[in-house]
Design a protein around this ligand. Structure first.
Ligand code: SF4
Ligand code: SF4
Length: 374
């Protein structure tokens, strides 16, 4: 990226790339909708994209698998692929950039100097801290020291994905490398956690669009996540929720309930305790999400999800965060931290099941056995 390009606005660069005005306005409208803004805010998004210089962004990679970058560059919007190079001025990304070596590290230091206090530091992955951080080095320097050095003059930090936000599998017990998420290493900068393994592309671009549009950070929840994208449980918008409320559960892979698309709670679905946008934005151009494909959510957007008990076991032994206020009894019982409420729900289901057994059998009634309607 040439220095002169950095003062271009998003719209300038989109025009240079052949994006017409109609597509640009459509993009602004969809961005506003993704941010949870009403139509009245669309002009503000348009104005920001037309007039504000793009965000200088330095993007670091620590211990990680690069799935966040993979997700980001696959954002489903027709011109979203341009976001990477247009909405932001991505001056340094040691995975995406073509250049390599000491020259590139000099570019990082130059941007830090030229845009002191103005650039956004995006971090993918976390830093091992044991043995001086030797388990992740870039250009002979530990990632830990690169992170601390680059964070020093950043305006804010965006921690992409579960690795950077909460440690993910690298920090799971016994954590042999002493891997730590960004927030445990940098404590004097605003940090936006955008967890998920990976995070949803539209959520990632939405976070940057918000910062560019409003020149401030979005409102965050207790885990430092933008409330606009992590304000609801998957369970609240899940299309299988009606089956949960009705007590119709998949009990074994490929059983009758699985074939009928019933609720995956008993197969370990963590949707009731996971705050993310998967059941609204979905994945792969909005085509689907794990629950759509018959797989339970494993709660990747929650803190310490690898240590929150074995996957594929029902939620009663997983910490349930927050206090639910929905009126239906199932939702209320799920919020009881001990899981007692959930046990009560299941007990009532069991009672109903027993009552059902006591009724005369209706031959051929679907779901009469295990995995059937309870
Ligand atoms: S438990 Fe999972 S599958 Fe069932 S309704 Fe909730 S999110 Fe959907
Ligand atoms: S469905 Fe659950 S595990 Fe899958 S990406 Fe969404 S939050 Fe993560």
């Amino acid at each position: 990226m040439e220095p002169s390009d950095r003062v271009l606005t998003t719209y300038d660069v989109l025009r240079k790339h052949g994006v017409d005005r109609r597509a640009f306005l459509r993009f602004c409208t969809q961005s506003a909708a993704a941010l949870g803004l009403s139509a009245a805010f669309v002009p503000k998004v348009v104005e920001a994209m037309e007039t504000k210089p793009r965000l200088p962004v330095l993007w670091l990679h620590g211990l990680e698998c690069t799935c966040c970058s993979e997700s980001f560059i696959r954002s489903s919007h027709p011109i979203a692929q341009d976001i990477v190079m247009n909405l932001i001025s991505l001056d340094y990304d040691d995975t995406l950039q073509a250049a390599a070596g000491f020259q590139v590290e000099e570019i990082r230091r130059k941007v830090m100097k030229d845009y002191k206090g103005q650039y956004i530091l995006a971090v993918e992955g976390n830093a091992p801290t044991n043995d001086g951080g030797v388990y992740c080095t870039v250009g002979g320097q530990t990632f830990l020291s690169i992170l601390e050095e680059t964070a020093a003059d950043a305006k804010a930090i965006v921690a992409w994905g579960s690795c950077a936000s909460n440690g993910c599998v690298q920090a799971a017990k016994p954590n042999p490398t002493g891997a730590k998420p960004v927030r445990k290493l940098i404590t004097d900068k605003p940090i936006i956690n955008v967890p998920g393994c990976p995070p949803i592309a539209e959520v990632m671009t939405g976070v940057l669009a918000y910062i560019l549009t409003f020149d401030k950070l979005p409102e965050l929840d207790a885990q430092g996540r933008p409330k606009m994208f992590y304000g609801q449980r998957l369970h609240d918008k899940c299309y299988r929720r009606a089956f949960f409320d009705a007590g119709q559960f998949v009990e074994a892979w490929d059983d009758e309930g699985a074939r009928k698309g019933w609720c995956l709670y008993k197969m370990g679905c963590r949707g009731p305790t996971t705050y993310n946008s998967c059941s609204t934005f979905k994945w792969n151009c909005g085509q689907g999400w794990p629950v759509n494909s018959g797989h339970p959510c494993i709660g990747c957007a929650e803190d310490n999800f690898w240590d929150n008990g074995p996957f594929y076991q029902r939620l009663s032994n997983v910490l349930v965060p927050g206090i639910e206020a929905t009126p239906d009894q199932i939702g209320k019982t799920l919020t009881v931290l001990s899981g007692v409420g959930l046990a009560a729900h299941l007990t009532s289901v069991a009672v109903r099941k027993q009552m059902k057994k006591d009724e005369p059998e209706e031959p051929g009634q679907p779901g009469a056995g295990e995995g059937g309607r309870v």
